[in-house]
Design a binder for this molecule. Structure first.
Ligand code: MG
Ligand code: MG
Length: 277
């Protein structure tokens, strides 16, 4: 190895250490992730348009998969640790990782969380929405709204120079504000959180949805994080069903889940899985 090669390796190592193993993307790579993110956004929009009483979660899965493949992308969930579908469809007390099924028909009043991921040109996008099936209760609508607001509070905190847990704190603070405004309590689901994303779906760092600010790695331009708060109307703790996938609240209370893939840029957070910039 010549001197410049050695120095290059050394610099890469030092950079890697200072990033604590978090993948840094170039501007062009973030733009490639945006393309993957838009495929996911399109799949979720299609699912939202069709999620009505009488429709099965299996049908929604087929729509999402077709949309992803038509875009030249690959559904990242399908086959991931053996997961059998292209979306997670989690109904009511199901928090995440519900398995869509042709025989599971949605009914009026259901609260459906849909999580979707796609790989385009080796880059990942990951996003989730909670959908009202027909008319839902006011409590369920507020739960979903509070979760979505918490997501956007986390997104707004995702600026260069912030510490990772500044996002956790922003998410938790938004939840506490919603609780105060509504005179009720939400459970912030404890065992699941956000994650780094890029050439793989789940990368360093893990992002808790609650906690003190000012800890963890410093966010740098070129990092990308999937931010995904999950709230319940009751307990923050969960169980996994016998299918080894479906995560439910342990008290049976309803849950909501919103997620976006976000890039840290010089201009602030870029929400790669949202249509509006
Ligand atoms: Mg997801
Ligand atoms: Mg995710």
């Amino acid at each position: 190895m010549n001197d410049s090669g050695f120095l290059g390796t050394l610099r890469a190592r030092v950079a890697g250490l200072s990033n604590r193993g978090i993948e840094l993307k170039s501007v062009g790579e973030i733009e490639a992730m945006r393309a993957a993110g838009l495929v996911v956004a399109g799949a979720l929009r299609l699912v939202a348009q069709h999620a009505k009483p009488g429709v099965s979660t299996g049908e929604l899965d087929e729509l999402a998969e077709q949309h992803i493949r038509d875009a030249g992308a690959v559904p990242s969930f399908k086959g991931y640790h053996g997961f059998p579908a292209s979306i997670c469809a989690s109904v009511n007390e199901q928090v995440v990782h519900g398995i869509p099924n042709r025989s599971q028909l949605l009914v009026e009043g259901d609260l459906l969380s849909v999580d979707c991921g796609a790989i385009l040109d080796n880059w990942h996008g990951d996003s989730a929405v909670t959908l009202a099936i027909g008319a839902i209760s006011e409590a369920d609508q507020r739960l979903s709204d509070a979760t979505r607001k918490a997501l956007w509070a986390g997104i707004e905190a995702a600026v260069p120079g912030a510490k990772l847990t500044d996002l956790s704190f922003a998410i938790e603070t938004a939840v506490r504000e919603a609780e105060e405004a509504e005179g009720r309590e939400y459970g912030i689901v404890e065992d699941y959180g956000g994650h780094g994303i890029g050439r793989q779906m789940h990368m360093e760092p893990y992002l808790a949805n609650y906690g003190k600010p000012g800890k963890g790695p410093k966010l740098k331009v070129g990092m990308a994080i999937a931010i995904e708060p999950m709230l319940s109307l009751g307990s923050p703790t969960t169980e996994v069903l016998d299918d080894d996938w479906t995560v439910v609240t342990d008290d049976g209370s309803r849950a909501a889940h919103w997620e976006h893939t976000v890039a840290i840029t010089d201009n602030g957070p870029w929400v790669l899985t949202a249509f509006e910039d």
